[in-house]
Write a protein that binds this ligand. Structure first.
Ligand code: NOJ
Ligand code: CA
Length: 556
């Protein structure tokens, strides 16, 4: 199925030019400001990424997903984009971007960039124009403006809450208010506006022409909105059915008309550009629409990310998602960690409570790492076992920078250093997402553990030295080497997108792929007999049996 074509450009190694390259790819998410800082200003940058391409190649990833690197005031870590077709000067230039793409491609690594279509930054030229223009103007029509209630429009049009806490409507001083489902610095676009639609097609072509292989689509389920003359209350909104494609804000059926237009652009390229939707939809079966080949093509499934370390939960999630992916013709996506959630090595060190953090750590607070108490050894052991199981599943696997080091969440960030709007808009309730966005450690010591010559923009804890790439690189038992070996093997073992379950005791999941590649995960506390087969890799020592909280790969 996978075609290896020899490149005609001389020194470039063979590239996988197969249009299906994404179906079972391992994709490594880079949060650029926290990856590597080449010019020593404390902020990670594009030349920093280019300087670490060897590391990514050695790790064995197929693609990089780059979180936003566009000009931004950083009200939401770059998800507030001021210019969709440029690079934040703090992160580099377009020439640096081109050099990064060339280096990644040279190493056989694809690049997926984040695209943020639901909202721009309030610093975007269009929003500035909207503020400078009168009510009813074409400039205001690109965003969602409404008259306020009350005699002079001094009251919000509705009592809606934004995702980060606090009101979703903000006044602009002339009786009108604008909608922001996220931070006030992130005004929502009006996707009924033709200019908005056309401009995003231009952006997709702009990056595709620069060699980008695909797009991760932020809040893909929110673009199409229907705001009636009389707006419902927050309570009425919350009570609306999300299953029928008719909710006023989320997952409306007509959002797919937008993506059908995007697909036409993707298909202008060879191989077609790919896309993966961030779409929090309910019921999960509605994901198939986003994953359709006539639309974005793939959609994130965050089910494992939300699950406890529990075999029955895992089995149900795996079965359901493989079924759904089959129904849409797409492949599924597995993910345990990203820039929005508590890192899984920490999550799995917490007592299971059926109320795992979703993307904004709501109802779950890490107070300096002591409340609740984190069992770091158990967390890492379970995270390694879970990851090794995930990497044996059909579909693509999305990894988040630093998880290959077994990094846990950084809990001890002083309030004055925090950056996440969640923290500011829900003081004392949600600490936010900074704890998973701390610049990653490359070396055992040095000012910022090799991140750059200056300090890091979020404080790194002392335990980062021992968790660094340098500390782990030559240690055969390190998490880094577990990932390296697993990714290298996965490449050679990858086979058709099916699995069968091998009967096992309840605490164990035992799956087999078409070519005899097996993964056996023991979720229980006690050892079980090691099933027959050639041992390829394990998440912990075996000692002739399969210990508790350990996964092994076998070949039969
Ligand atoms: C989802 C992104 O992953 C998150 O980081 C961001 O805050 C929101 N979308 C808003 O863009
Ligand atoms: Ca820098």
């Amino acid at each position: 199925m996978t075609e290896l074509l020899t490149s005609t450009t001389g020194s470039t190694p063979p590239q996988r030019l197969d249009a299906d390259w994404w179906r079972q790819a391992t994709v490594y998410q880079i949060y650029p400001r926290s990856f590597a800082d080449a010019n020593g200003d404390g902020i990670g940058d594009l030349p920093g990424i280019t300087s670490r391409v060897d590391y990514l190649a050695r790790l064995g990833v197929d693609a990089v997903w780059l979180s936003p690197f566009y000009p931004s005031e950083l009200a939401d870590g770059g998800y507030d984009v001021a210019d969709y077709r440029d690079v934040d000067p703090r992160l580099g230039t377009l020439a640096d971007f081109d050099a990064m793409v060339a280096a990644l491609h040279e190493a056989g690594i694809k690049l997926i960039v984040d695209i943020v279509p639901n909202h721009s930054s309030d610093q975007h030229e269009w929003f500035k124009q909207a503020l400078a223009s009168p009510k009813g103007s074409p400039e205001r029509d690109r965003y969602v403006f409404r008259d306020g209630l009350g005699e002079n429009g001094e009251l919000p049009p509705a009592d809606w809450k934004c995702m980060f806490g606090g009101p979703a409507w903000d006044p602009v001083g002339d009786g009108q208010w604008y909608l922001h489902l996220f931070a006030p610095e992130q005004p929502d676009f009006n996707w009924h506006n033709e200019e908005v639609r056309a401009d995003f097609l231009k952006t997709l072509r702009f990056w595709s022409d620069r060699g980008v292989d695909g797009f991760r689509v932020d809040v893909a389920h929110a673009l199409a909105k229907h705001l009636p003359e009389d707006l419902p209350s927050e309570a009425e909104l919350a009570a609306m059915d999300t299953a029928t494609g008719t909710h006023l804000l989320w997952d409306r059926d007509e959002v797919h008309d937008i993506y059908a237009g995007w697909r036409e652009v993707f298909n202008e390229y060879d191989p077609p550009r790919i896309a993966v939707a961030e779409a929090w939809v309910n019921p999960p079966s509605r994901r198939a629409r986003y994953a359709s080949a006539a639309g974005l093509g793939q959609a994130f499934n965050f089910d494992l990310l939300e699950a406890d370390f529990d075999p029955e939960a895992y089995r149900r999630i795996i079965v359901d998602n493989l079924d759904q992916a089959g129904a849409s013709g797409s492949s599924t996506t597995w993910v345990f960690s990203n820039h929005d959630v508590v890192r899984h090595a920490t999550r799995y060190g917490l007592p299971p409570n059926g109320d795992r953090p979703r993307h904004y750590n709501r109802k779950w607070l890490l107070s300096g790492g002591t409340d609740p108490v984190v069992d770091t050894a158990a967390g890492l052991r379970r995270a390694r076992a879970a990851t090794l199981l995930m990497l044996a599943l059909p579909g693509s696997a999305y990894l988040y920078q630093g998880e290959e080091l077994g990094l846990g969440e950084v809990a001890a960030i002083p309030d004055e250093a925090r950056q996440d709007p969640t923290f500011f808009r829900s003081p004392g309730v949600d600490v936010g997402r900074d704890g998973c966005r701390v610049p990653i450690p490359w070396t055992e010591d040095g000012g910022s553990y090799g991140f750059g010559d200056a300090g890091a923009h979020l404080p790194q804890p002392e335990w980062f030295g021992a968790a660094s790439v340098e500390a782990q690189s030559d240690d055969p038992g390190s998490t880094l080497n577990l990932y390296r070996e697993a990714l290298a093997l996965r490449r050679t073992l990858q086979t058709e997108e099916t699995l069968t379950w091998v009967p096992s005791e309840p605490q164990v999941l035992h799956l087999r792929r078409a070519n005899g590649w097996e993964a056996v995960a023991n979720f229980g506390p006690n050892a079980v007999p090691l099933p027959a087969g050639e041992v390829l890799l394990s998440s912990g020592p075996l000692n002739g049996e399969l210990p508790g909280e350990t996964t092994v790969w076998l070949r039969n």
